[in-house]
Design a binder for this molecule. Structure first.
Ligand code: SAM
Ligand code: SF4
Length: 419
């Protein structure tokens, strides 16, 4: 979502006469688009600002801005923490950037107003060239999972109108993009009047010239049978679900305010795989949430092996000030959180390897992305289910489909030969 927002900001600034510099050292203004989901991400930004303070001292005209969730969360106090910051702009304030950059306001200038109507309509994101594009379909979130800062930094959920989304996608397809990823914190709750997300997927897949349609993230509580139907019945929609489970313990899921239980999650997986036998399934898992016992953690490990995810983003719980869970009194000590994370990663790696090996001998179509940095004789691409493949002698052009036979696995990458 942040990468997509950065493209939006680049587009907005370019239209206002602020083109992208060749590199940050030669720029007049450096903007950091930030994430607040975990403390670690914020610490990295503070470190980066230390470097930028030195860069700024070398010329009086240089300016530094902090954008995104960390700007929203910390507001003007960020300027006290790091005096090199000239402007602080939250996720709803990007339209004001040109004015803030050109103005000579007393530093730091902060815009952290929530604008629940802001969908950045009419701004054309500046994307890197390529064949694959992200398209944001909704902003914000109202789910209030008890650990999560996003509803506080990105504000309430709002959905972009279908007509706006589809006209952007048609224009992208016309410019040669072949793969679209629809983005939202919870794409499953997207709506526009009578149209739901399943309808939007079908309409997107019908756009001329598109080969693949992806989407993320899906919230298990809102995943409908209609969505599975749209996926299974529409060839251009990739058989891949990124379906964060967070925990395998019902007690913890309830305290996380996730609004589904283990049984419901497993039932979705069963139904999805029934409809799409080679479905790619990835997830987010968090360990060390307040009150998580060894037995709760054991249920998460068990779920990982029961479901056999292709991959997982794994996190140790990071307390976020202002969220409900930050007030829970039964915190898990950091050393235990980190030990559980290491165990989880190890277990998931073994599962990933196992599921990758099941692909050996199968035939799969990949969209070629770029030459392999490790092996000059191979190109990298992905299966529709989202798995990375290094294919031999594809003679390829990025964005071109290549049918290949999977011959082996190297690390976590499948090895393919064109057929
Ligand atoms: N909206 C998406 C969803 O509900 O799945 C995900 C958005 S969140 C920015 C991405 C992931 O970060 C979450 O799925 C969760 O696993 C993790 N996360 C969020 N808050 C966290 C926290 N306080 N500590 C550790 N991980 C966190
Ligand atoms: Fe955060 Fe939950 Fe919203 Fe995802 S659904 S952004 S985890 S509050």
């Amino acid at each position: 979502m942040n990468k997509s927002d950065s493209e939006l900001i680049r587009g907005l600034l370019d239209e206002s006469g602020y083109p992208l510099a060749e590199n940050w050292e030669s720029a007049d203004v450096v903007l950091l688009n930030t994430c607040s989901v975990r403390e670690h991400a914020e610490r990295r930004v503070l470190g980066r600002l230390g470097v930028l303070a030195g860069w700024k001292r070398l010329s009086p005209n240089r300016r530094v801005g902090v954008l995104g969730c960390m700007a929203q969360r910390l507001g003007a106090s960020l300027g006290e923490l790091r005096p090199c910051v000239d402007f602080i702009v939250g996720p709803d304030g990007y339209r004001r950037l040109p004015e803030l950059i050109s103005g000579r306001m007393s530093a730091p200038a902060a815009d952290t107003a929530f604008r629940p109507e802001e969908l950045y309509g009419g701004i054309r994101p500046m994307r890197d060239s390529g064949f694959s594009a992200w398209v944001t379909i909704s902003r914000g979130c109202v789910n209030f999972c008890s650990y999560c800062i996003v509803p506080y930094t990105r504000g309430p959920e709002r959905c972009r109108p279908a007509a706006d989304i589809l006209s952007e996608i048609e224009s992208l397809a016309g410019r040669g993009f072949r793969e679209i990823t629809l983005l939202g914190q919870n794409v499953n709750s997207w709506r526009d009047g009578e149209m739901d997300f399943a309808d939007l997927l079908r309409r997107t897949a019908a756009v001329n010239g598109l080969l693949r349609v992806r989407f993320m993230t899906s919230h298990p509580k809102d995943l409908t049978e209609r969505l599975l139907d749209a996926m299974a019945e529409t060839p251009a929609v990739c058989p891949h679900l990124h379906l964060p489970v967070q925990s395998g313990s019902d007690r913890i899921l309830e305290r996380m305010n996730r609004k589904y239980d283990r049984r419901h999650y497993l039932e979705i997986v069963r139904r999805a795989r029934e409809r799409m036998p080679h479905l790619g399934l990835t997830t987010d898992v968090m360990v060390g949430f307040p009150g998580e016992t060894e037995s709760d953690f054991g249920m998460t490990l068990d779920l990982i092996e029961t479901v056999r995810f292709d991959d997982a983003y794994t996190y140790a719980y990071s307390p976020r000030s202002g969220t409900a869970a930050d007030g829970f009194e039964d915190a898990v000590p950091e050393d235990i959180r980190l030990r559980r994370l290491a165990l989880l990663i190890e277990r998931q790696r073994a599962v990933t390897l196992l599921t990758r090996k099941e692909w050996v001998g199968r035939t799969a179509e990949i969209l070629v992305e770029r030459p392999s940095p490790r092996d000059p004789g191979r190109w990298l691409g992905r299966t529709a289910s989202g798995l990375p493949v290094a294919v031999r002698n594809a003679g390829a052009v990025p964005g071109q489909p290549v049918t290949c036979r999977i011959e082996g696995v190297a690390g976590m990458t499948l090895l393919g030969r064109p057929v």
